[in-house]
Design a protein around this ligand. Structure first.
Ligand SMILES: NC(=O)c1ccc[n+]([C@@H]2O[C@H](COP(=O)([O-])OP(=O)(O)OC[C@H]3O[C@@H](n4cnc5c(N)ncnc54)[C@H](O)[C@@H]3O)[C@@H](O)[C@H]2O)c1
Length: 462
């Protein structure tokens, strides 16, 4: 939707009369929903379920907004609640009501009238349960990545959102990365011509995060589970028991926006292949607190060190998604994009591009020339809001994620990354597990849009 059309839309939906300033915005979804705020003329009431490292990051970002009240917080860990109250206090905000005690305390929080939107930042296995319960309670759900673990959970999200009319946004922040949005603009302006292929992934050495001794948040020991800290408490277990791409959305989210997934295009099938698993075992054996006789050195890890998934789309493009978290390496999203007119490699893949007719034949365009081109396609969201984004997490992308969520709640519209995205992107995990378990056999994506991908129009960053 263009900003002019969007303004028409907003006024046709009567939103201009709700008493809050309604600026033309690049972050709304396209349609009004059945969701209604508790106090349409007041501030947006946001609650948080799970206020560990990531949840507190969201609390920090949202606390900066003067259109939000933070009414309630929930965590099974009292220390996390105390740290969250301190953040609120630092922003001169009132204490939020706390919910704790057992793993289902969040259900009590959801009974409150003064909660419009809920941000869920708990371990993966809680995401769908909490998002479904939120929607059933009439609360706009914002759920961390990935949104679901099984195909049944993907359908639960979609079916609940359709039945209740309440939206669900997957809080995939990498979609808002400056280079990803510039690439999106380049795609839309035809710079690469017809798209053919892309690579992406989550390539992050998490060995020290997974195995933490609780003393140094990111220093790394060799313990996990009850003896671990933050993600080491729950994420490491997935490496022990599952073999598949267990964290696909940071990579696939932006690629899905480039390829119009669920909006003119869709994921059709995938194959996944896993390597052997040696990274975690070696880490434990070689760590000063581990060694060959450490009990964790006896464990048999199921997760292959590198998982390579090839997705085919309805428009006959391919996308390679890589999961690579247990070997030594620098961080990367692995972004490359290939079209009829050339190829682009993002910041972690060399910052270079080749455009036929513009680049020297067979030579990469790099350095200042590359920067000049990327600047030319800088997305309006970034040029308008660079200053606001500056102090938020992950280089500014968390600012836009929080903004997209809060403003979708505020204006009662679908979010720009919706429940169908949550389902299609998260489905990569169970499908890749099935493929690996069956000798890399092809697996087929359900069509979570039930055919509407054929006529849906792109909304992200429009
Ligand atoms: N988008 C990003 O950039 C990004 C970055 C980090 C983490 N994440 C995601 O955020 C989520 C949380 O990660 P984290 O690093 O904050 O982990 P964490 O372990 O630090 O925090 C999880 C919190 O959830 C709480 N919790 C667990 N079960 C609960 C329950 N039943 N009810 C209430 N609270 C419960 C824990 O006590 C803990 O405080 C994960 O899904 C992770 O993948 C996303």
């Amino acid at each position: 939707m263009s900003s002019i059309k969007r303004r028409d839309f907003i006024s046709s939906m009567g939103l201009a009369g709700i008493g809050l300033s309604v600026a033309p915005n690049l972050l709304f979804g396209e349609s009004k929903t059945k969701f209604r705020r508790s106090n349409p003329n007041g501030k947006v009431n946001i609650a948080f379920i799970g206020v560990g490292l990531r949840g507190r990051n969201h609390v920090n970002n949202i606390s900066r907004r003067d259109d939000v009240e933070i009414t309630a917080i929930c965590d099974i860990d009292k220390e996390s609640l105390a740290k969250t109250q301190k953040i609120l206090n630092d922003y001169s905000r009132p204490e939020a009501t706390e919910y704790s005690g057992d793993e289902y305390s969040f259900m009590k929080l959801l009974e409150r009238d003064d909660v419009d939107g809920v941000i869920i930042s708990t371990p993966w296995l809680w995401h769908t349960r909490m998002a479904v319960a939120s929607m059933k309670a009439g609360k706009f759900a914002g759920v961390e990545v990935s949104a679901a673990n099984t195909l049944e959970e993907c359908w639960d999200l979609v079916n609940t959102s359709e039945e209740t009319g309440i939206p669900c946004m997957i809080l995939e922040n990498v979609c808002f990365a400056r280079e990803a949005m510039a690439a999106l603009k380049m795609v839309r302006e035809g710079v690469f011509g017809e798209l053919v292929h892309s690579t992406c992934g989550y390539r992050h050495d998490l060995r020290g995060v997974k195995f933490n001794d609780g003393k140094q948040p990111y220093g790394g020991g060799v313990e996990f589970g009850e003896k671990g800290f933050s993600e080491a408490k729950w994420r490491t277990e997935h490496s022990l028991k599952r073999n598949g791409d267990i964290y696909p959305t940071h990579g696939i989210g932006p690629v899905a926006t480039w390829f119009d997934i669920n909006r003119g295009n869709r994921f059709v099938s995938l194959t996944s292949t896993a390597t052997k698993s040696i990274g975690l075992h070696n880490y434990i054996v070689n760590h000063p607190k581990g060694g060959e006789n450490h009990p964790n050195a006896k464990l048999k890890w199921k997760l292959g060190d590198i998982i390579t998934t090839v997705i085919k789309t309805a428009r006959e493009e391919t996308i390679i998604v890589t999961h690579d978290t247990n070997l030594p390496r620098p961080y990367s999203w692995g972004f490359t994009l290939h079209g009829a007119n050339g190829v682009w490699n993002g910041q972690f893949e060399g910052k270079r591009l080749y455009l036929e007719g513009t680049s020297e034949p067979h030579q990469w365009t790099e350095a200042e020339e590359y920067d000049k081109i990327m600047k030319k396609y800088d997305h309006k969201l970034w040029t308008d809001e660079e200053k606001n984004a500056e102090n938020s997490g992950h280089g500014g992308i968390d600012y836009f994620t929080a903004k997209a969520f809060v403003e979708s709640v505020k204006y009662e519209t679908q979010p720009p990354i919706d429940v169908y995205d949550a389902a299609a992107w998260s489905a990569i995990t169970p499908l890749s597990e099935m493929s690996i378990a069956n000798n890399s056999s092809p697996q087929y994506f359900p069509d979570f849009t039930r055919g509407r991908w054929m006529t849906n129009k792109p909304i992200f960053g429009i």
